[in-house]
Design a protein around this ligand. Structure first.
Ligand SMILES: CC(C)(COP(=O)(O)OP(=O)(O)OC[C@H]1O[C@@H](n2cnc3c(N)ncnc32)[C@H](O)[C@@H]1OP(=O)(O)O)[C@@H](O)C(=O)NCCC(=O)NCCS
Length: 182
């Protein structure tokens, strides 16, 4: 299946659908995110909506329903504003492998490329699907944080630190096409 997803920047009026999908991700994929549902379930709506002003957050829509999200947070420091952090990538299970995630990433990378040199992210080390997705989009692992997430006693998850350097990586298009070669 190919999802005919249209992608747009989210704004304050999208806060309910965004938080609903974000928390669905935390609930359905507890081993993919460093946040638990309770971390944000009582977040004041004004605080949640502030994210849309501060960051660059996109939603993928299929037949007018939000099915995927992802964002980039800009680094504000005078010495770090060449960097950004990619976060919160989540696509509903039924729409995975169908293009929605690509559409979000393509638009995020286009916006990031205009503003920063490097995009960073963290991903749970054994989340092989997400890692593969990020690698296809030109991200490369540069380190690992052991026991970054504590699920329960004696149940920890390591996180891989990945970066995409626009000065070094080929263009988005090339990365995508090349990774599809046999
Ligand atoms: C991460 C996510 C947004 C990617 O979207 P997606 O639609 O699944 O991505 P795609 O199908 O385009 O790409 C996934 C790639 O992993 C591959 N893959 C699938 N299952 C895999 C597995 N078990 N091991 C390794 N690779 C796998 C796919 O074949 C595909 O690679 P390809 O395009 O080279 O064939 C989505 O899977 C998701 O929401 N996952 C749950 C939440 C999550 O993990 N978020 C990331 C937090 S850092």
């Amino acid at each position: 299946m190919t999802t005919q997803a249209s992608c747009r920047r989210l704004a304050a009026e999208d806060v309910e659908i965004f938080q609903t999908l974000r928390l669905q991700g935390f609930r359905l994929e507890p081993r993919a995110f460093r946040y638990a549902p309770e971390d944000e379930s009582n977040l004041p709506r004004s605080e949640a909506a502030a994210r849309f002003e501060r960051d660059y957050v996109l939603g993928a829509f299929h037949k007018a329903k939000l099915v995927g999200i992802g964002g980039v947070a800009w680094s504000g420091g005078a010495k770090t504003h060449h960097k950004a952090l990619l976060y919160g990538m989540y696509v509903e299970p039924a729409h995975r492998g169908a293009g929605a995630a690509n559409e979000i990433m393509r638009n995020l990378m286009a916006a990031a490329r205009r503003r920063v040199e490097i995009v960073l992210l963290t991903v749970v080390s054994d989340n092989l699907r997400a890692r593969r997705f990020y690698e296809r989009w030109g991200f490369r692992a540069y380190g690992e944080e052991k026991r970054a997430i504590r699920i329960a006693e004696d149940d920890y998850l390591d996180e891989t630190l990945m970066a995409r350097d626009f000065r070094r990586a080929p263009s988005d298009h090339q990365v995508f096409i090349e990774s599809k070669k046999p």
